[in-house]
Design a binder for this molecule. Structure first.
Ligand SMILES: Nc1ncnc2c1ncn2[C@@H]1O[C@H](COP(=O)(O)OP(=O)(O)OP(=O)(O)O)[C@@H](O)[C@H]1O
Ligand SMILES: [Mg+2]
Length: 254
C-alpha cells in the first residue's frame, strides 16, 4: 500500500446475492479531485460508504493515507477495529450527501458547531469562531441564525459542507451533492466545491455535473455494474471516451 490519500485495491462488496462492487481499483493522490460517474445502481454510493467504513468490504483493501479503513494488521491477519477506533479514523473523512441531513432543531451555526463540541471536545468559543468562519467561507455569514427549514436547498447543502469541514477532514466525499437541488441553486454549491478544491482539499465527488467534472476534476472514473470501466483525465474520459458504455452514458446525461 502506498500513502496516497486513497488507495483501493480489488474492493468487493455484495448484498445477499447481489454483487455490487466487483473489484474496484482506485488511487487518489493528496489534493486531487476525483469525479465518479456511472448509471444508477452501478455502486457509486456503496463505494463511498465503504471508504468511511459505513459498509464493510468483503475482499480487497482500502486505505486512507496508508491506514487501512476499519482494520489493523496483526501479523498477516486483518482485525476489525472497534467502533470507537473506527469513529476516530472516520473524523478524517467528511461526507456530504444528496439530502443534506442537517439537524432540523439547530440553527446553521449550531449544526456546524455540533461535532466539534460533542465529538472533538473543542471549547464552545472556539467552535463558534470556527463555525462562523466556515459559514462565511460557504457564503452564509448572514444565515448563521437560521434553521434548516428557513434555508433554501442550496443554502442547506452549503451548511452541510461547512459542517463536514468543521472536523478538519483530510478527505471529503460528496455523494451527488447537487442532484436534489433546483437548477438555479446548483451553481452556488459547485462554486463552494470549486474553491475547496482550489484550496487543496482532496475530494471524491459522485456527480453528473459533467462541466464541473471536466473543469475541476483531476480524474474522472466511470463505473458500471460494480466495475471501473475507464478512468483518467476528465478532459479525455468525458469528451472522447474509449468505451462504448461510457459514451452511451454520457449521451444520456449531457
Ligand atoms: N444496504 C443495501 N442492501 C441491499 N442492497 C443494497 C444496499 N445498498 C445498496 N444496495 C444495492 O446495491 C446496488 C448499488 O447501489 P448504490 O446505491 O451503490 O448505486 P449508485 O451507483 O449510487 O446508484 P444511484 O446513482 O442511483 O445513486 C443497487 O442495486 C442497490 O439496490
Ligand atoms: Mg448513489
Amino acid at each position: 500500500m502506498t500513502t496516497a490519500m486513497l488507495h483501493a485495491q480489488g474492493v468487493r462488496k455484495h448484498f445477499g446475492k447481489l454483487e455490487v462492487l466487483k473489484g474496484i481499483d482506485l488511487m487518489v493522490e493528496r489534493g486531487q479531485v476525483c469525479c465518479l460517474l456511472g448509471p444508477s445502481g452501478s455502486g457509486k454510493s456503496t463505494f463511498l460508504r465503504c471508504i468511511n467504513h459505513l459498509e464493510k468490504i468483503d475482499a480487497g483493501l482500502l486505505a486512507v493515507e496508508g491506514d487501512l479503513v476499519g482494520y489493523r494488521r496483526h501479523g498477516n491477519k486483518l482485525l476489525e477495529l472497534r467502533e470507537r477506533e473506527v469513529a476516530e479514523r472516520r473524523r478524517d473523512i467528511g461526507m456530504v450527501f444528496q439530502r443534506f441531513n442537517l439537524f432540523p432543531h439547530m440553527t446553521a451555526l449550531g449544526n456546524v458547531m455540533e461535532a466539534p463540541l460533542s465529538v472533538a471536545g473543542v471549547s464552545r468559543s472556539q467552535a463558534r469562531e470556527d463555525a462562523e468562519r466556515l459559514l462565511a467561507q460557504v457564503g452564509l455569514a448572514d444565515r448563521a441564525g437560521h434553521y434548516p427549514a428557513e434555508l433554501s436547498g442550496g443554502q442547506q447543502q452549503r451548511v452541510a459542507i461547512a459542517r463536514a469541514l468543521a472536523m478538519k477532514p483530510k478527505l471529503m466525499l460528496f455523494d451527488e451533492p447537487t442532484s436534489a437541488l433546483d437548477p438555479e441553486l446548483v451553481g452556488d454549491v459547485l462554486d463552494v466545491m470549486r474553491r475547496l478544491a482550489a484550496d487543496g482539499m482532496t475530494m471524491i465527488v459522485v456527480t453528473h455535473e459533467i462541466g464541473f467534472a471536466r473543469e475541476v476534476g483531476d480524474t474522472a472514473v466511470f463505473m458500471d455494474e460494480g466495475v471501473v470501466i475507464e478512468a483518467g483525465d476528465p478532459r479525455r474520459v468525458l469528451v472522447d471516451p474509449e468505451h462504448e458504455r461510457t459514451r452511451a452514458f454520457l449521451s444520456k446525461v449531457l
